[in-house]
Design a binder for this molecule. Structure first.
Ligand code: SOE
Length: 379
């Protein structure tokens, strides 16, 4: 049967533009779905750069103004892969134009912007999804499934870290390609929106909502040159954040993110401790889950290392044979597969903008607590 085309208009051509484009190109080769993404247009302000990107990834056309892209009749879905300050206007305009909207995390700089986006998207009734990609790492999806089956019993602890070290040098600028993440106007926040947001998204998905939290945040380098002006400017982002939280299910949450953990490049780890068992996962060994099952006879009880590559593991039946591992990029392919399946079945892929807004609310609470030193209750 001929597949239905889903014409993609990609806004942005950086790191995430590449990750998403790769996913659109791969998904149809491995997942048998009714829809097939078509790379219809790529959009970016720099004409030469966006043309080079379009040629590399096979986009049929280019635009230099996202407003023109959003108006086009031959586009079904707008995918937003630009700095966070641009998300809100593009998402709202795309929804108003009746386009499906996909967006790189975090949805926005703060929950106020995020709520406006959710309102516009839900009013338009368009399909939507936010790329919190680590949910789609099969090992993480497996943890979600087992926890949802109640196999851990009561959950006591959920802890997660996301550690990096790339901004330790005071010579790293704020603003500009890649380093816009250090410019509070473009990013909204530092590690909270960029890294802890991943930990929080996974946590809310696996362990449910957060009731309240307290946090400390720190900005180690107070002034950096701005890439646009070449002038030194005060740094407005958080370089590091540590959070203590109560989940609604009674468990305790601990989260830490920093860009100052020398030696760590993208160390996302999570651990869940329940009454009957525990899980550990580490992005640097992303196909593996460590599992402790307390119901096993005492003499044989211990941590089990599960290589998540069997056909019965989430998404794995679509790939190779048991024992052969997947990588970072596959999480994005799984995201598109779920999005397309959602169009087919009418059951939306998760996280929607509404779900991702919950993560941004938690991020806002972290920043507020970091500033005031007080516990913040989530509404
Ligand atoms: C920042 O360095 C970054 O690229 C984040 O923006 C991504 O979301 C994360 O997955 C890896 O680190």
């Amino acid at each position: 049967m001929a597949k239905k085309p889903l014409n993609i208009g990609m806004v942005g051509y950086g790191f995430m533009g590449r990750a998403h484009s790769n996913a659109y190109r791969r998904v149809g080769n491995f997942f048998d779905l009714d829809y097939e993404p078509v790379l219809t247009a790529a959009c970016g302000r720099n004409k030469k750069a966006v043309k080079a990107f379009a040629d590399t990834w096979g986009y049929e056309s280019t635009e230099t103004d996202w407003r023109e892209l959003v108006k086009r009749d031959d586009i079904d879905a707008i995918d937003i892969c630009v700095p966070n300050d641009l998300h809100v206007d593009i998402a709202i305009a795309a929804a108003k134009a009746g386009k499906m909207v996909l967006c790189e995390k975090p949805i926005a700089r703060d929950a106020r912007e995020g709520a406006r986006m959710v309102k516009a998207i839900e009013k338009a009734g368009v399909a939507n999804m936010v790329w919190y990609n680590y949910r789609w790492v099969p090992a993480v999806t497996l943890i979600k499934q087992i926890v949802a089956e109640g196999r851990l019993g009561k959950i006591f602890h959920y802890r997660a870290n996301f550690l990096q070290d790339w901004t330790i040098s005071p010579d790293v600028p704020q603003g500009g390609a890649g380093t816009w993440r250090l410019d509070v106007e473009a990013a909204g926040s530092g590690v909270t929106g960029d890294l802890i947001a991943h930990c929080v998204d996974t946590a809310l998905w696996i362990n449910g909502g957060i009731r309240d939290l307290t946090a400390m945040t720190e900005t180690f380098v107070k002034k950096r040159k701005h890439a646009d002006t070449g002038k030194m400017r005060a740094v407005g982002i958080d370089d590091a954040a540590a959070v203590m939280a109560h989940f609604k299910n009674g468990s305790l949450g601990l989260f830490e993110s920093t860009r100052y953990a020398r030696g760590h490049k993208a160390l996302y780890t999570l651990e869940i401790n329940g009454e009957h068992g525990s899980f550990m996962w580490d992005l640097h060994d992303l196909n593996r889950v460590e599992w402790f099952d307390h119901s096993v006879e005492g003499r044989l009880r211990g941590w089990t290392s599960i290589l998540v590559t069997d056909g019965e593991h989430p998404y794995l039946g679509k790939w190779w044979v048991p024992g052969l591992t997947l990588g970072y990029e596959h999480s994005f392919v799984h995201a598109v597969a779920d999005f397309l399946k959602g169009l087919q079945t009418g059951k939306p892929a998760s996280p929607t903008f509404r779900e991702a807004l919950e993560t941004t609310k938690v991020c806002d609470a972290i920043l507020k607590s970091g500033e005031t030193g007080r516990w913040v209750t989530l509404k």
